[in-house]
Write a protein that binds this ligand. Sequence first.
Ligand code: ADE
Length: 239
Amino acid sequence: MRRIDVITLFPEWVESLKGLGVTGRAMAQGTISLHCWNPRDFTEDVHRSVDDRPYGGGPGMVMRPEPLARCIEAVLAEDIAAPVSFLGPQGRVLDHDGVSELAGRARLILLCGRYEGVDERVLQTLVDEEWSIGDYVLSGGEPAAAVVMDAVIRQQPGVLGHEESALRDSFVGGRLDCPHYTRPASWRSRDVPEVLLSGDHARIERWRLAEALHRTRQQRPDLLARYPVSEVERAAAKK
Ligand code: ADE
């Protein structure tokens, strides 16, 4: 991926990723370019209003269709074509496979709405898919967009310090990550497992795999049911 467009009334939410950590580095080194679009810039009334009361009554405001549609159309007119992804609690729930799917695209277009609602006709005509980051409700799509961006950006080649660290992340291949240790070798009466000090890389790899399988069995048996342990893996963890 080389470009992410975010449509949001609160660009500060996502722009904070520009200066921070892994996402900041990816943007600074030019791997990813981030473009924020504010529907308010596409209003035509003096008040620059982006929302209105819902038809039928009830609490909350609904995002007006016209400024939002114009904003989305302006985004689509730039660069290469890409699906418009709306962030909302009714969408496909994001997991590792979903992140990999999004990370493989050349361009991401993320649409953040306020939770109370976006006029349904915009969703019907200009949005291609909806993604949720979990079964709970956020006040708006911005934190979800930040989550999607972080997860997708760390999968881009060359973004993490060590190329293999994204491959070792939890959930890759349906396994949780193994435990990690740093100096000192003994801390508050707890020792780093001896194998990690052995310098025997093959043994260390077997230990890491066995620990990852053990943790997954303990904490997330549902992952093992979805991604069963292969014979190769079982053998590699035992040797
Ligand atoms: N907007 C409101 N709730 C959300 C959720 N759970 N995931 C993504 N976007 C949202």
